[in-house]
Design a protein around this ligand. Structure first.
Ligand code: GLU
Length: 492
């Protein structure tokens, strides 16, 4: 079978992490089966469409590396891939349903529907469309049309029995037909609802498998009946597991902000993960673990190896939380694998964003020493303040006192002379010379006390890259200036 799957977001805003998980699973499945991954924009609910959302969604997918083979920007044999550009097709098939007695025109006004709902509420009747237009006679319909009353087209749902279907992740699912409404398929503005557009597109785009969020399960019985009415074979369905808040309580919402146990905000937009300094490969790895048993105990794996092992049957239907704490850990591991040059390049936008004047050579010099200390790319910002931010050192003399360093100022003076003259100015030579100075001036004969105070003096930071790399990255000129400032501070 040719695998053709789609990610079909509504352009209501950014790419949500739950949407990214849906996209990822579809993408993995497509790549595993050498199939096609399609991006389709479901924008028929114009009221909810947000300008710029399509670009934002595409940017999120691109950042994650989830490339699509057909889509609005690149086209394909089954386009267009934006539903509002396909209105004529939906109208054609809505009319087909009318002609074949699977649908009817409903002329109810908003006001009538409100009154109906009010009545249902007051009389404790089930809420929903009471199908009053389903029984209009052809003459009544003709009269309303002649009076140009706007209408919608509703599906004629079976009134009895049940609809059952196989879900590749959840097994057999049954729904009593009575619970399914005569849903609107085509609105009075001529645009389809999600249901009609989704079914028509999945059919004409020859979608083989539908993997989508669990929240669509309740629409599946309607869709199954729509496929049956059209006489079309339905793609295989699989509803992905619910994603829970980190607390495990409640679904991770698109609309309300969730919080971690420590009170920090839960990241939900893919862009927020990017801005927080996560790497796309870490985010993909993290998301692949949400509801999928990778078939091995390894929690860290490449996307390529996940693709090779991915099977729909191994997706676990149980709700799953996003293990945010794992993400930091994974991200740290991915950072360790980066070549210094690549890491320096990846860090640069974060440092620029912090308003630093980044000198690429200095950044590259300090990157190897920095790498083991990073969990997120943004962690580099406080670490490298001393190197790129033009802030004065705000140290007090007592911060530079150490009980095993009785003559601190003298040690710094000697270090200054050494730094002014050492040749070549390299990490190794700096280490060698400064260690000797430290051993000489510390009362215990060890370099540690001096080097600790010196690191603080040079960087002004409690946490920073190691001393020798920091000095090297600063360059001789700036290192001398700093040391002079420290000596002035100590001898003032
Ligand atoms: N447009 C729907 C959404 O935004 C897609 C649902 C589906 O995949 O069928 O979630």
């Amino acid at each position: 079978m040719t695998v053709r799957v789609r990610f079909s977001p509504s352009p209501t805003g950014y790419l949500h992490i739950g949407g990214a998980r849906t996209a990822l699973f579809n993408w993995m499945f497509a790549r595993k089966h050498a199939g096609t991954f399609i991006l389709r924009i479901e924008d028929t609910d114009q009221k909810r469409t947000v300008p710029g959302a399509v670009e934002a969604i595409m940017d999120g997918l691109r950042w994650l590396g989830l490339d699509w083979d057909e889509g609005p920007d690149i086209g394909g044999a089954y386009g267009p891939y934006i539903q509002t550009q396909r209105a004529a097709l939906y109208q054609q098939w809505a009319n087909w349903l009318l002609e074949h007695d699977h649908a009817y025109k409903c002329f109810c006004t908003e006001k009538e529907l409100d009154t109906m709902r009010q009545y249902q509420k007051e009389n404790k009747l089930p809420i929903g469309y009471d199908r009053r237009c389903r029984t209009l006679t052809p003459e009544q319909v003709a009269a309303k049309e002649a009076a140009a009353i706007p209408y919608v087209i509703r599906f004629k749902m079976k009134l009895e029995g049940e609809t059952s279907f196989h879900d590749a992740i959840r097994g057999q699912i049954r729904f009593p037909n009575q619970q399914v409404q005569d849903n609107i398929l085509l609105k009075s503005d001529g645009l389809p609802t999600y249901h009609l557009a989704n079914v028509v597109d999945d059919h004409f785009m020859q979608i083989s498998h539908i993997m989508r969020a669990d929240e669509w399960i309740s629409t599946a019985p309607l869709h199954v009946n729509l496929y049956a009415a059209f006489g079309w074979a339905m793609p295989l369905l699989g509803h992905l597991p619910v994603i829970l808040n980190p607390s495990g309580k409640g679904k991770l919402s698109k609309r309300t902000q969730a919080f971690n146990d420590d009170g920090s905000q839960v990241l939900v937009k893919v862009q927020e993960f990017q801005e927080a300094g996560y790497l796309p490969q870490a985010v993909n790895n993290f998301l692949a673990n949400v509801g999928w048993q990778s078939g091995s105990d390894e929690e860290k794996f490449t996307l390529a190896s996940a693709v090779a092992r991915f099977r729909l049957e191994d997706v676990n239907p149980a709700p799953s939380r996003l293990p945010y704490s794992k993400l930091d850990w994974l991200n740290g591991l991915y950072i360790q694998e980066m070549e210094p040059l690549d890491l320096a390049k990846a860090l640069k936008p974060f440092l620029d964003g912090a308003g630093y004047e980044v000198n690429s050579e200095a950044l590259l010099a300090v990157t190897p020493a920095l790498r083991p200390r990073l969990k997120r790319l943004s962690d580099a910002i406080p670490f490298l303040q001393f190197l790129f931010a033009e802030q004065p050192l705000s140290l007090t003399p007592d911060q530079l006192v150490h009980k095993q360093l009785p003559e601190g100022a003298a040690a710094f003076r000697e270090a200054l002379t050494f730094i002014e003259t050492v040749e070549p100015y390299t990490v190794d030579r700096l280490a060698e010379g400064l260690r000797q100075i430290g051993e000489k001036h510390s009362s215990n004969g060890k370099a540690g006390p001096f080097l600790g105070v010196m690191r603080l003096a040079v960087t002004g930071q409690e946490v920073s890259p190691p001393l020798f790399e920091s000095l090297y990255a600063l360059g001789r000129g700036r290192a001398v200036t700093r040391l002079q400032q420290i000596i002035d501070l100590l001898t003032a």
